[in-house]
Design a protein around this ligand. Structure first.
Ligand code: AMP
Ligand code: ZN
Length: 464
């Protein structure tokens, strides 16, 4: 039985979806004012792992991810410039051009990391009417009030505010991430809709005049639209807990009059060299930069897989190099299994499969599942092991189906895969001192029109 850690209850819980066949899941997506950095991407690898583990358990998924292209201000306290407008001003583009460009790069990045695209991608700017309707409903139910610069959520009307992060409101009042606005009834009241002055680039008409949505309302409005009022899983990075998700809960539950999300799941942060990632420290890396340094995006995915999603993960280039080497070794060993004709007993395979399932179903213990894979790869070479590893790869997402002959590709020999496979098989046969088999494989290679010579540098292939 799949168990997941629920931030709301602070416990691992049995996962029981509302609809036993299809899991409904919402994931907070990127704010598309810049390139996604490796920390952001770790959070989406985590989202992908949940989706894969659910599928491995036989569920279908309806996943929704938002694209924040308006309303995310520089400060969490509803103040400062819109991040999109700032990028537009700096790059002399329109916010729409900025959004289109970085959204496109984001989808290319996640594709390179084998992160499956959620079934529904919802852009905030395409859901303004839904957000206005949500704010109106909150106002009608007495949870929102209007002041000179916008419509605010009245947390005084929502006594359980703070339950996700376990913060007491007075503490929040003191902890001044949320700036003062003298007209607000409580310092932690947050903007649902902000009124815009003439200079504000992105603005829409509303019952409260021209303006733009607060950042949090988009997730409430879009999750409700695509998943219904009550759904199964909500994911995001751990930093979203104290403000963004707390506010989403307040909006959802005030509107619905009941609990609307059953499992809140959060991915821990990625650190760099033991500290925070920040532009001023110059340690905010992108996938493009990792590529420039010679890493494959899947090296980064594998690096992420080696830490449990609820543990901080410290990024270093030494760690990345170790991940790269380790991944190459796995691929090379997998290849040996792939080309072997030997068999493995069913009981042995079943044992690995059940250990793997136990690991992933224990709140996505992927590092443990990798441990099961490593042990399994130490078994005598057999195609059955390769096939089971392919099955595990439905969760790992490391392209195990793309293993090729390592030694030969290093020499950049242009021969068909069939010939490369035979060369590897012959190498194995020679290692096992089965020279009769080695010779017969050589004949097969000749029949395919290629000749091989053993040299000190390895096997050299020529076309006959
Ligand atoms: P943003 O594009 O700023 O809205 O952030 C996108 C996602 O990345 C959010 O879910 C954040 O919680 C997450 N995130 C931001 N920084 C990090 C980090 N250093 N490590 C992991 N996740 C992060
Ligand atoms: Zn969100």
């Amino acid at each position: 039985m799949l168990k997941v850690y629920n931030t709301l209850s602070r416990k691992k819980e049995d996962f029981v979806p509302l609809d036993e066949k299809c899991v409904r899941m919402y994931s907070c997506g990127p704010t598309v004012y810049s390139y996604a950095h490796i920390g952001n991407l770790r959070t989406y690898v985590f989202m992908d792992l949940i989706r894969r583990v659910l599928r491995y358990n036989g569920y279908k998924i309806k996943g929704v991810m938002n694209i924040t292209d308006v309303g995310h201000l520089l400060s969490d306290g509803d103040e400062g410039e819109d991040k999109m407008a700032k990028a537009a001003r700096e790059q002399k583009k329109t916010p729409w051009e900025i959004a289109a460009y970085y959204t496109d790069v984001f989808f290319k990045d996640i594709a390179a990391l084998n992160i499956g695209k959620p079934e529904v991608i919802a852009k905030a700017t395409e859901h303004i009417p839904e957000m206005i309707a949500f704010v109106k409903a909150l106002q009608e139910k007495g949870f929102a009030y209007e002041i000179s610069d916008g419509i605010y959520f009245d947390i005084g009307q929502f006594p359980s505010y703070g339950k996700l992060s376990g913060q007491v409101l007075d503490e929040k009042e003191a902890g001044a991430r949320v700036e003062e606005n003298s007209e607000k009834r409580h310092p932690a009241d947050f903007a649902l809709w902000k009124k815009a002055d003439k200079n504000h680039i992105m603005q829409w008409d509303s019952p409260w005049g021209m303006g733009f949505p607060g950042w949090h309302i988009e997730c409430s409005a879009m999750s409700k639209k695509y998943l219904g009022e009550v759904f199964d899983i909500h994911t995001g990075g751990i930093d979203a807990v104290p403000v963004h998700h707390e506010n989403e809960i307040a909006q959802n539950e005030a509107c619905a009059g009941k609990k609307t999300v059953n499992y809140w799941m959060h991915g821990e942060f990625m650190m760099v060299d033991g500290g925070k990632m920040s532009k001023s420290l110059g340690n905010v890396y992108t996938i493009a930069q990792l590529r420039e340094k010679g890493y494959d995006p899947l090296d980064f995915r594998f690096f992420c897989l080696n830490a449990h999603y609820r543990k901080k993960l410290n990024f270093t280039f030494e760690g990345m190099t170790a991940a790269k080497i380790s991944r190459e070794r796995i691929m090379a060993t997998l290849y040996q299994h792939k080309i072997s004709d030997a068999k493995t007993e069913q009981g042995v395979l079943d044992n690995y499969k059940s250990k793997f399932l136990e690991a992933i179903d224990d709140d996505l213990n992927i590092p443990l599942a990798l441990g099961v894979l490593f042990n399994m790869l130490k078994e005598p070479k057999s195609k059955d092991i390769y096939l089971l590893a392919l099955d595990f790869d439905k969760v790992f997402g490391l392209d195990f189906d793309k293993v090729t002959a390592p030694a030969v590709t290093e020499q950049k020999i242009d021969a068909p895969q069939e010939v490369l496979d035979l060369i590897e098989k012959r190498k194995e046969a020679k290692k096992a001192k089965d020279f009769a088999l080695a010779d017969s494989i050589r004949s097969q290679i000749v029949e395919l029109g290629y000749e091989i010579k053993d040299t000190r540098e390895g096997v050299v292939v020529t076309k006959l």
